[in-house]
Design a binder for this molecule. Structure first.
Ligand SMILES: *Cc1c(COP(=O)(O)O)cnc(C)c1O
Length: 431
């Protein structure tokens, strides 16, 4: 359920006419709905009601500080995977003691940043990381609260590029070695083991892999406690899928039931890290049709949005529903078209042989379910812009990140002396 619906034949974000925002900020742009963010957060929180669970929103899904702050005001903490995301979460007002620092390649300076900020816990994914963290903590004189991220060797049955919990993936410590490593870590100066963590992948549409992974965690908690470890926290990661296109996904309540059944009685403080589930349906990418081109065998609808704005179709074969901003007549003739962007890559294709109502140059279209892994993955390829992000709240809207265009980037580029016609040194050497 989202708040991008037709009203009197015009697509609105909550009660704001999308065409009005497009006229105001120009296309393409991302548009997020506060009411949808709030609803998704509440439905998820409700699914875990009664459990001692902290929701740490996964900032990498959508790091815009207005989005993060909206969730923070509802009580969310944050899961961050880089020093940059930690800076964002703090800038959005998330208290440090509700921030989990995850990630497979934390640098020394990121560790120092996390310790200085006083994050709730650092999820460690390897022995070398544990050793470095111990050194950094000792040097700073601040102890590190650590959870060991476990690789449970469970197949999440999702797209191969977003599966993270199989033994051949780079993430986490093999579950068979967890005991040995936790016991070693306990002896390291500056390290306090507070718990375990797991995250098996993203866009999971089946609950069984969660059940398997959490069952394995349950066994490990029991084993470590028997060794005398204090396991206070159990971080269950994120990954619950959402419906893209016609796909179906489990309801948060069904996920909550699995959590309750498998780990609900462990007397651990649970941490959950949903990203996509909260923001995916709360955002759309709005674009204008530049041309409709009749190819030899196909019709191409060429948009002003491209793979640099939304890479998910190119990277994950993702299926984003595409709808026109002006509601088509119920009996509008549908045609099969390829919807593409202007970037010089065949991969710059949003949909192939998609059945769409008639669209013409100048029409506005919307790609749904673009709130997660959309703007955060954008690039400047083809000297395009990072497009504006707009947040709607009821009948209000605000640009929450302005366009970052070629002029902004050119201002950061410089010519070295030997290429600069105005450099006096060059004139001296006759260069
Ligand atoms: C990406 C990530 C998440 C969020 O995943 P979603 O599929 O967006 O819910 C949570 N935890 C960790 C450690 C992650 O890397």
């Amino acid at each position: 359920m989202d708040h991008f619906q037709y009203r009197d034949g015009r697509l609105c974000a909550e009660t704001v006419d999308m065409a009005r925002i497009a006229d105001d900020v120009g296309t393409p742009f991302y548009c997020y709905s506060t009411a949808t963010l709030v609803r998704h957060y509440r439905v998820f929180a409700e699914a875990l009601a009664g459990l001692d669970a902290t929701i740490c929103y996964s900032v990498k899904a959508n790091g815009n500080i207005a989005v993060v702050r909206t969730l923070g005001r509802l009580g969310a903490g944050a899961d961050v995977v880089s020093g940059g995301e930690l800076t964002r979460a703090l800038a959005a007002g998330i208290p440090a003691d509700k921030i989990v620092f995850s990630g497979v390649g934390k640098t020394e300076s990121e560790m120092a940043q996390a310790l200085a900020a006083g994050v709730m816990q650092i999820n460690v994914e390897s022995e070398p990381e544990l050793e470095l963290l111990s050194q950094v903590a000792v040097a700073r004189g601040t102890g590190a609260r650590v959870a060991i991220r476990i690789n449970p060797d469970v197949d999440a049955q999702t797209h191969e590029k977003i599966t993270t919990g199989r033994s051949e993936n780079k993430f986490g410590i093999e579950w068979t070695r967890a005991r040995e490593i936790c016991n070693r870590a306990t002896a390291m100066p500056g390290i306090t083991i507070v718990g375990l963590a797991v995250h098996i992948g993203s866009q999971l549409t089946d609950l069984e892999p969660f059940r398997d992974a959490y069952g394995r965690m349950r066994d490990l908690v029991a084993m470590l406690r028997a060794d005398g470890q204090t396991i206070e926290t159990l971080d269950l990661g994120g990954g619950l899928g959402i419906p893209y296109g016609d796909a179906v996904a489990p309801a948060p309540a069904e996920y909550g039931a699995v959590v309750r059944q498998v780990v609900g009685d462990l007397e651990c403080r649970l941490i959950v890290e949903p990203g996509r589930l909260i923001v995916g349906n709360a955002g759309v990418l709005v674009s204008r049709v530049v041309y409709v081109k009749e190819g030899a065998t196909r019709t191409f609808v060429i948009l002003d949005a491209a793979m640099n704005d939304l890479v998910r179709p190119a990277l994950y074969d993702a299926d984003h529903t595409i709808i026109p901003v002006l509601e088509p007549a119920a009996d509008a003739p549908m045609a099969e078209v390829d919807v593409v962007g202007p970037v010089c890559e065949t991969g710059d294709t949003f949909a192939t042989q998609r059945s769409l109502p008639p669209v013409a140059a100048g029409d506005l279209v919307v790609m749904r379910t673009a709130g997660a892994y959309g703007a955060v993955m954008a690039s400047l390829y083809n000297a395009r812009s990072l497009v504006p992000e707009v947040l709607v709240n009821g009948g209000d809207y605000a640009v929450v990140r302005g366009r970052i265009g070629v002029d902004d980037i050119l201002a950061r580029e410089t010519l070295p002396g030997w290429l600069d016609d105005d450099d006096p040194a060059m004139r001296r050497t006759g260069g």
